[in-house]
Write a new protein. Structure first.
Length: 344
């Protein structure tokens, strides 16, 4: 869609507010294609117009979030059962009716995931949700995992008795994404998609590892894409998210679906050279990344001699830990109100 054909912010606002009254799942309005198109338009504007336009789109997103939250709250209130005031109660008790609960709030992982996806939308990426169950082909085979890779064993990965898999990574969507957006390459445009979702691993739990967490996969494919583009993209994301310049480090690693592969690390915010959170190394490994393996591109029907790309995957909880100096990842799913109320 060209800039001339792009609907105005006011046009999109009117359309989405009208649709909000009709849809069964109001939060889907926040993922509406036209809202994503507004974010995608930012990079094509003259540099002097981008900030003002981006602020206007963000203002629209905030307004829609408030309207969605209001509708969800109204629906929740309407669905509450009527209290039977004739039911027996202790007339001597100081309080015979239940007290109103305190105002609820979004979980910190949900809040921060929205911030991360907003940044990617402004960078021109599309957002595709991951899956909670998938098959062996998408979880492993399409990603160049060998048949004897340890991750394919049921003592390392959660599997159902009928062969379905609780994905250990949001890379389970990579083959689908590459096939879905492959036509963009023919039009001279890159594939640029992020995939958020929950992932599951049979981990030994400690301050940095949980068996269930939220991950964001990223995929970018085009002509003449290099490791430099990968590092620039991740650095831009992290500096925008943390609001400051960062000290980062990449080190060689191995993943079956990327070659070369790297671990991307940030200096530890909890210590000056060593603590239990960073395993006394002074750095926290934040994400895995690399150039998409040619076998993965070919499996999706993309000519690896003509196109290259990069991919990454990071845990949202670890980003939030770094941002708010949280020393133990297990706090997020502990259900402890004294922890969660800090973010309300």
């Amino acid at each position: 869609m060209t800039a001339e054909a792009m609907p105005t912010i006011e046009d999109v606002r009117a359309k989405l507010i009208a649709e909000l009254e009709q849809v069964d799942a109001p939060d889907q309005i926040l993922k509406h294609p036209q809202l994503r198109q507004l974010y995608g338009q930012i990079s094509s504007l003259p540099a002097e117009q981008r900030a003002e336009y981006g602020q206007a789109v963000n203002k629209l997103k905030s307004e829609l979030e408030q309207l969605v939250a209001k509708r969800q709250a109204d629906e929740k209130t309407a669905s509450k059962p009527v209290i039977d005031v004739t039911a027996p109660m202790d007339v001597n008790a100081e309080q015979s009716l239940p007290s109103p609960s305190s105002q609820g709030s979004l979980h910190p992982v949900t809040t921060e995931l929205r911030k991360v996806t907003d940044i990617f939308l402004r960078m021109g990426f599309d957002v595709v949700d991951s899956r909670l169950l998938d098959d062996d082909y998408h979880v492993f085979a399409s990603l160049n995992f060998p048949d004897d890779h340890p991750a394919r064993d049921d003592y390392d990965t959660f599997m159902t008795t009928d062969g379905l898999i609780a994905p250990p990574h949001t890379s389970t969507m990579q083959n689908r994404v590459l096939k879905q957006y492959k036509s963009r390459l023919d039009d001279g445009e890159p594939i640029s998609v992020v995939v958020p979702g929950r992932v599951f691993r049979n981990e030994d739990l400690d301050a940095r590892h949980e068996h269930t967490f939220t991950q964001v996969e990223g995929v970018y494919v085009g002509r003449s894409v290099t490791v430099g583009n990968l590092i620039a993209t991740l650095t831009t994301l992290l500096e925008e998210y943390y609001g400051q310049q960062l000290q980062t480090r990449i080190t060689p690693f191995y993943f079956p679906f990327t070659e070369p592969s790297f671990e991307f690390s940030l200096s530890c915010p909890f210590c000056d050279g060593g603590c239990s959170v960073c395993s006394h190394e002074g750095w926290i490994e934040l994400l895995g990344c690399g150039m998409i393996h040619p076998n993965v591109l070919r499996e999706a029907g993309i000519d690896s001699n003509e196109f290259t790309g990069f991919a990454w995957g990071f845990g949202v909880e670890r980003l939030v830990m770094m941002k708010h100096n949280i020393e133990d990842i297990r706090h997020f799913h502990s259900g402890k109100l004294n922890f969660l109320e800090q973010f309300s």
